[in-house]
Design a protein around this ligand. Sequence first.
Ligand code: NAP
Length: 289
Amino acid sequence: MEVQLKNTTGKLCVIGDPVGHSKSPLIQNTMLRALGLDYIYLCQHVPRGKTAEWLRCASFCGYAGFNATMPHKEALVSLMDHLDEDAAMYGAVNTVAIREGSYYGYNTDGRGFLASLHQAGIETEGKKVLLLGAGGAAKAVAPKLVQAGKAQRVFVANRTREKAAALCAQDEEGRLTPAGFDRETLCSLAEQADLVVNCTNLGMDGTNSQFEDLSFLDNLRPEAAVCDVIYSPDETLLLQKARLSGHRTLNGLGMLVWQAIFALEHFTGEKIDGNAMLPLVRQALKNAL
Ligand code: NAP
């Protein structure tokens, strides 16, 4: 990608440890070029335990903001001057805007997930959701589904039951219900579900882990939709089986791009037409494969 740098070019980046695999530079630079915004977005390795040092460094070097991935998201929370509602609720920051020396922490993952569902025409209002997993992705998605998404009920099924219970305890209205991850439980919950969302890393490229048994999908009603927050591969075995059984499916690429769009709005203060950005970013990601 050809980039023209000026002395006034704003600096943005993603930090992580590791961070070399991140798609954020490609996504953000594609959008910045398309929008004609004078920023450059870099990839910055920041070792675990060095979050506070990085923050001082970013401010000193004049960064307008940055995204954060593992292992910095939680550490950033207590270091912010201002925290948005979602970052406070998840206890994790994925976007930091630096304005006049103050740090503004946001979390755009949950909003990104909802926007991707909305764009795909998948409704959540009044629906029952079977959410698989209780890690970082599930923490962003589950509360957002019952709050802004107005889902009636979300069953959080996780291998480590205590983690599902802890996540569900955060919803004082009791709309999140913890569940186990065994075949019988998944089969029984699938019967009631309007939507299944995989937030585990089962099926993700680069891991050897797969669902041992996908037969719970056979219990879904035909109109139920199946989503995976995984975007690499394009179609996990879960999505493939669901699609071949006639269900609507959605992978995690939309969530990835929408959370980046919302982050860029925080960095630049610009209102961004996400629908116009999506095809450009999809194409850029495809070209980079
Ligand atoms: P995480 O915090 O490490 O959580 C992993 C989850 O997977 C946990 O619930 C874990 O269960 C479960 N799990 C792992 N191995 C399992 C197995 N063998 N059997 C059953 N459950 C298993 O990871 P994360 O940050 O939530 O990320 C999860 C996935 O979401 C990743 O593939 C990531 O790429 C994707 N993601 C996508 C986006 C996007 O924008 N599209 C954003 C964030 C994350 P236990 O609690 O029992 O360990």
